[in-house]
Ligand binder design. Structure first.
Ligand SMILES: Cc1cc2nc3c(=O)[nH]c(=O)nc-3n(C[C@H](O)[C@H](O)[C@H](O)COP(=O)(O)OP(=O)(O)OC[C@H]3O[C@@H](n4cnc5c(N)ncnc54)[C@H](O)[C@@H]3O)c2cc1C
Length: 466
């Protein structure tokens, strides 16, 4: 059942807050365990960041990987997670993920999600942007035990003063404020806080002016509701940006609250970066995370991606990343037939930019980047049309959030579970530690959503217990 206004049930066994990938997996897992479920979404559409994501899921041991002869196992995955997270990860969450990720893969596949082997990494399976959430939402709407309501924002969790158990959720549904009762448990799956200036100001003030890419309603509501009941916090100090957030109509554009700009990483395909002075400033062959710091150090925290037809032709269709056509039609990328005209599009000095590119092209032809030692994608910028995109650090995800144990129970600062409250997805901190292992957000959000949904329904099953 789907509701946008009017009546919704005032009581349910399990109430899931937030309809991204974590919320969908939680709702389906709880319903399959026999619970009557309410899945509530604040925005007008389900999906949050999950609907915008590039669609790379890290799994190991799937039949696709086995058929391809890949032999990476769960130990390999566990090691990679701790290495990337600099051992700051919560081992209970890492273990729960590693143990149950294959079940989550099966849950997704069972509900129609189609994966293919990734082109970049053996651990990453790809679905394409938005595909997984579309399939999962169709499954949610078809399930007789689940009622879905959009434009329904959870505001506060209520609990029994004696037992401390979470008993209800106050929501704003259309124009009404109402309190919904929960028989078994609430699952928080409200995503990150990339759209909250208030929380960014506290946890990551250096990213306040970053281009925002997360779900348009991801304002950290779940974090605040859980903290109100005493939940702890983890990893909030490790929020970081990725260079490549496109700025519309530079220098006049200001990002709208609901604007979802394209993510442009043209430098990974052979483009270069220059600053407002028209000069290169970094080895562009590094990861976008590493480029984030270099970009932020430039005047105004802005740099310009410059690329030519060769890179333009590598555009990814069906993806939120490097969708150059969307960038051009949306006013993020400007094109010109000469470098001098390209400079004019963004108010750069044409003579300086021409010199920068002449020197770079000469270096490429000689096989050595004499300025910054770039070796990766060392390609000339010489084939019209030329493209330019003003860019800044992009904030796609926040990852730090409330503390949870391996059963996905939300826990307080001393590790005591808050009865009747579970959480999954980007609202939870502790899984990633000090660094993000690419592609593990969609897969961990699915896995933890599945575990939280089952546990909320009263079915405390995971692969640890058989
Ligand atoms: C552009 C982009 C590309 C990415 N690419 C990848 C990738 O390829 N691989 C990968 O692993 N990760 C990727 N990520 C990260 C990944 O998409 C997210 O971390 C993941 O989708 C989080 O899932 P979630 O269900 O926790 O949150 P979300 O999908 O954000 O869902 C949370 C939902 O909760 C709703 N909500 C918020 N507050 C309330 C409230 N008060 N009441 C009710 N509902 C509420 C929101 O509106 C939203 O719909 C990408 C992110 C972005 C932005």
């Amino acid at each position: 059942m789907m509701r946008e206004a009017g009546e919704i049930p005032k009581i349910a066994d399990v109430i899931v807050l937030g309809a991204g990938i974590a919320g969908h997996c939680a709702a389906l897992a709880a319903a399959e365990a026999g619970a009557q479920v309410l899945l509530l979404e604040k925005a007008s559409q389900p999906g949050g960041s999950s609907a915008m994501a590039g669609g790379g899921f890290v799994f190991v041991g799937t039949e696709l990987q086995e058929q391809a002869g890949y032999d990476e196992d769960t130990e390999y995955l566990r090691k990679g997670l701790f290495e990337t997270g600099k051992n700051r990860n919560n081992p209970e969450l890492v273990d729960a993920f590693v143990r149950n990720q294959l079940d989550a893969y099966t849950l997704l596949v069972r509900h129609g999600v189609k994966f293919k082997l990734g082109s970049i990494d053996r651990l990453i399976l790809e679905t394409g942007t938005g595909r997984a959430i579309t399939n999962m939402h169709m499954a949610v709407r078809a399930h007789p035990n689940i009622t879905f309501a959009s434009k329904c924002a959870a505001m506060k969790l209520g609990r029994n003063p004696a037992t401390k158990r979470v008993t209800d959720v106050t929501v704003a549904f259309g124009d009404e404020i109402m309190t919904l009762e929960v028989r078994r448990a609430v699952v928080l799956a409200t995503g990150g806080f990339s759209r909250s200036r208030e929380l960014l100001g506290i946890f990551a003030p250096e990213l306040l002016e970053a281009v925002k890419h997360g779900g348009v309603a991801n304002t950290g509501d779940g974090i605040m509701m859980a903290c109100d009941l005493g939940a702890g916090l983890a990893d909030v100090g490790y929020v970081s940006g990725s260079f490549g957030g496109a700025i519309r109509n530079y220098p006049h554009g200001v990002q709208g609250a609901d604007e979802v700009p394209p993510l442009l990483f043209s430098f990974l395909a052979g483009g270069i970066l220059v600053n407002v002075e028209g000069k290169r400033f970094v080895n562009e062959g590094q990861t976008y995370k590493a480029l984030g710091n270099a970009g932020m150090a430039q005047t105004g925290g802005v740099a310009f991606q410059i690329f030519d037809k060769k890179v333009l032709d590598t555009a990814l269709e069906d993806s939120s990343v490097n969708n150059y056509q969307e960038g051009i039609s949306g006013g993020y990328i400007r094109m010109a037939d000469t470098i001098a005209d390209l400079a004019g599009c963004m108010g750069l000095d044409p003579v300086v930019l021409e010199k920068t590119i002449e020197r770079y092209n000469a270096d490429v032809r000689n096989g050595i980047d004499t300025e910054f030692g770039r070796t990766n994608k060392l390609m000339t910028v010489d084939t019209a049309p030329f493209c330019i995109a003003a860019s800044a650090n992009a904030l796609t995800t926040t990852y730090g959030g409330i503390t949870a144990n391996g059963k996905m129970e939300v826990v307080d600062w001393i590790g005591e579970p808050i009865p009747g409250l579970f959480a999954a997805g980007e609202v939870v901190g502790g899984f990633h530690g000090a660094g993000y292992f690419s592609g593990t957000s969609l897969s961990s959000s699915s896995t933890f959503g599945m575990l939280a949904g089952r546990a909320a329904a009263g079915c405390n099953w995971d692969n640890n217990r058989g």
